[in-house]
Design a protein around this ligand. Sequence first.
Ligand code: CAA
Length: 255
Amino acid sequence: MFSNLEIKEEGSLTILAINRPAQLNSLDTEVLQEMGKWLGENRDQGRILIITGKGEKAFVAGADIAAMKDMTPLEAEQFSSLGQRVFSLLYHWPAPTIAAINGYALGGGCELSLFCDFRYMKKGAKIGQPEITLGIIPGFGGTYFLKKIIGEALAKDLIFTGRLLSAEEAKEYGLVHMILEEEDFLSSVIKHVKNLEDKSLLALRSAKNTINDDDISQALIKERTLFAELFSSHDQKEGMSAFLEKRKPNFKNSD
Ligand code: CAA
């Protein structure tokens, strides 16, 4: 039914895998719409949810750069709004959510993990917000959640430089909860998540509800407005063209 998602049940857990390995599980409108549909329709089941990526290489390597390259500011605003809406469904999912980071978690992929309650990372995987290297900023909630989770100084470091963190650095920064060995990564994640299975789902739901921020909408509006504005710039077109042509970008640093 979903061409870009693989959904499996494992006891009381559900595993949702983004299934676009040839594009490193990058997120285009279709994937986001499928995620939104599934999350909306299955919310009431309240099952513990693990999100991961198919293939050996990537959790999610970000929003789809080829799909974004020629977007107008209005289209970019709509795309950002869709991503933020879908990820917000995850933030408000009525049971714990776990990002099983099995490979690159970059840009929108890092952001997807930030909306989850737990981040478990495979040894050898990389995480970061490299949007600056494309002439844009994060547009799926990363500016807000990165600052909230690791603090302003480190969030600025990662977003301004675009540098990627190893699992060990991400753990040191408090960005991920646990590093698990490469062998049987998903099985290890499932084993750890099973610690939650015997808890009262009702109490977990209340705990999550209490801890979650009541209103994230203002921060998301500001982010998507600034994200969209950059799509009228030379630097966004140049940054994304350079990535797709596998060359270094030549930024003009003016509108
Ligand atoms: N969008 C579209 N295609 C992507 C992609 C993305 N985000 N990431 C990788 N791909 C594609 C590549 O274009 C390549 O396609 P071809 O085989 O057709 O050439 C394929 O996936 C494999 O990628 P690479 O050849 O680049 O693999 P690599 O091992 O050399 O590098 C990587 C892996 C470091 C993850 C590199 O692919 C990379 O840097 N990807 C982009 C990461 C990025 O910038 N993400 C942020 C996107 S912007 C965003 O997410 C904004 C937002 O907040 C909404």
